[in-house]
Design a protein around this ligand. Structure first.
Ligand SMILES: Cc1cc2nc3c(=O)[nH]c(=O)nc-3n(C[C@H](O)[C@H](O)[C@H](O)COP(=O)(O)O)c2cc1C
Length: 284
């Protein structure tokens, strides 16, 4: 293991890995990349959104530290990202994770990612959570509209500075303990399983003005979309809305979720204004 205590910023090699189905996480990753350049830190980027990119074997041997960026899906990093992480050896190196989320149930994400990364032999030094318009806004919700915005980008710059200080050893403090969530991993797995029955239906082609460009199939992060059938596979679709967001003919859709929006707010005992005014946060 390379000793990275008190390494100079300009000698540091960082890898940033992110998954972003509809672009929010990528926007934050771009801000972090820019800030790393300003700090003279060398950074390599790995986008693991595509199905094939997650099949490639990777090693972090040549890097001093890793930054991971994920959206929050059902209170945790997406299942496909957690599965990908389970194949990665952290080699005892420092890492940080930032999430984007639509304003609900984010605390378990921090706790469970720390647990997973430590199992993979990483040393987590910081996490961040940045507001991002909820994916389901495309189907009638109104959560965290307009995010990420300049205030989230400012928080992402601050996150980068604080994280690099932990990577270089200028800040030798350990990351805080996260409170154990009331939901176990098994309970969250169950909730995820029933999503298609309770909330969203499968992305489906709505009419015949499809130009059959095949982009939905090509871009699908889990190989779930079938352009001929015009519907995603129930066992592999993760409801990320990547196909819907990128369809040039706008013929893909899921069910209208506007009727579940009020129930969602009631369940979380909050309001649209409260959600939209939440602030992005850094955990050290
Ligand atoms: C399947 C699914 C589940 C989600 N679950 C949550 C959640 O539990 N809490 C939350 O605040 N946002 C949730 N979101 C919203 C996303 O975390 C948010 O919109 C994120 O910024 C999307 O990132 P991306 O644009 O990089 O894909 C969910 C989105 C999807 C698609």
């Amino acid at each position: 293991m390379k000793n990275i205590e008190k390494i100079k910023m300009e000698d540091m090699k960082v890898m940033m890995v992110f998954f972003s189905a509809t672009g929010n996480t990528q926007k934050i990753a771009n801000v972090i990349q820019q800030k790393l350049h300003e700090l003279n830190v060398s950074v390599s980027i790995l986008d693991i959104t595509s199905y094939l990119s997650r099949k490639e074997e990777i090693s972090i041997s040549q890097y001093d530290a890793v930054i991971f960026g994920f959206p929050i899906y059902s209170m945790r990093a997406p299942r496909v990202c957690r599965e990908w992480l389970q194949k990665l050896d952290g080699e005892g190196k420092k890492c940080s994770v930032f999430f984007t989320f639509g304003g609900f149930g984010k605390d378990p994400a921090h706790y469970y990612i720390k647990e997973l990364l430590e199992k993979q032999n990483f040393k987590l030094v910081s996490t961040g959570e940045f507001l991002g318009a909820h994916t389901f806004n495309r189907s009638g919700w109104q959560a965290a509209e307009g995010h990420p915005n300049q205030s989230d980008f400012n928080a992402a710059q601050e996150y980068t500075i604080r994280t690099i200080k932990r990577f270089t050893g200028e800040d030798l403090n350990e990351i805080r303990e996260f409170k154990k969530p009331i939901f176990s991993s098994n309970q969250l797995d169950q909730a995820e399983k029933y999503r298609f029955h309770l909330i969203t239906q499968l992305p489906t082609r709505s009419n015949n003005s499809c130009s059959m460009c095949g982009l939905c199939e090509k871009m699908c992060p889990t190989n779930a979309m079938n352009m001929i059938k015009g519907i995603a596979d129930v066992n592999s679709c993760i409801a990320c809305f990547r196909c819907i967001a990128n369809c040039p003919d706008a013929v893909l859709h899921t069910n209208d979720l506007s009727n579940t929006w009020t129930k969602k707010l009631e369940l979380h005992k909050t309001t649209k204004e409260e959600i939209n005014n939440l602030k992005s946060k850094i955990y050290l």
